[in-house]
Ligand binder design. Structure first.
Ligand SMILES: [Ca+2]
Length: 256
């Protein structure tokens, strides 16, 4: 029992800080909105929109991707992933709505249009109609669950009706699994689809700040907790310490 305690104390002090867990905050590497009303438009450098708009009674969805390999070492174990968005506007007359994240399964192109409700997409931009404007349509306009995006949500947010401000998807096992998969297989990282939980409800659209927002503090951010894989030298150091303790307890076994 005494040696076990000693080992725990030793591990605590010997393990480098990154093995005890670390936290990073990532900015989105790209984000865009797809808008059914303007189905061949791109909105790549304007707000993110999700829900059924009050003005047009048409759906909007958004894509958000984070390059998790930028700050997290390969081989790390993801232990937490919280997405923080900022809700910045809604129609004066609107319905309550909640929003969800689905893992996106196909590539897309952000585009650079700055117009509020979009403008004609450039060749290759993603729109409501097209994965890549001019060459490839989505299998279903806006994408299809189970084909372009996951059949089930990774997270469902709370219902919001009034005000604006932080809108968070708190860490859960599905979000952690998504981020872990993107770290382990970066080529399969197409980010999340942000959409309302009920696209049959008029007026539940909301605008969320995109990465291009003039107020950078409102941009999407992903808070990730992780434990890095041990480096060989650290593992050997720990093993040497454990070996020394075991030898002290059983000298004959070590001297044999
Ligand atoms: Ca963008």
């Amino acid at each position: 029992m005494r040696s076990t305690l000693l080992l725990l104390v030793l591990a605590y002090y010997v393990l480098p800080a990154h093995l005890q867990g670390a936290t990073v905050v990532l900015s989105a590497s790209r984000d865009t909105a797809l808008f059914e009303q303007n189905s061949n438009y791109n909105l790549g450098s304007n707000d993110l929109i999700a829900g059924v708009t009050a003005r047009y009674d048409q759906r909007a969805r958004s894509l958000i991707q984070f390059d998790v390999t930028a700050l997290i070492p390969a081989g790390s174990a993801i232990t937490g992933a919280t997405l923080e968005l900022n809700l910045i506007s809604q129609a004066a007359s609107h319905s309550p709505g909640s929003y969800q994240l689905r893992r996106f399964l196909k590539d897309w192109q952000e585009g650079v249009v700055t117009v509020k409700n979009g403008s004609t997409a450039a060749a290759g931009d993603s729109t409501w109609n097209s994965q890549f404007q001019g060459t490839t349509l989505w299998s279903t306009l806006g994408g299809q669950a189970g084909v372009e995006y996951a059949a089930t949500p990774s997270a469902v947010g709370t219902s919001v009706d009034v005000g604006a401000g932080l809108y968070s998807f708190a860490t859960n096992s599905a979000l952690i699994a998504d981020v872990q998969a993107w770290l382990d297989t970066p080529s399969a990282n197409y980010g999340w689809y942000l959409l309302t939980s009920d696209e049959s409800v008029w007026g539940n659209a909301r605008r969320f700040a995109a990465s291009e927002n003039a107020n950078a503090t409102l941009a999407p951010r992903l808070v990730i907790n992780y434990t890095a894989a041990p480096e060989p030298s650290h593992g050997l150091l720990l093993l040497a310490g454990i070996g020394g303790l075991v030898c002290r307890r059983s000298r004959r076994r070590c001297q044999a």
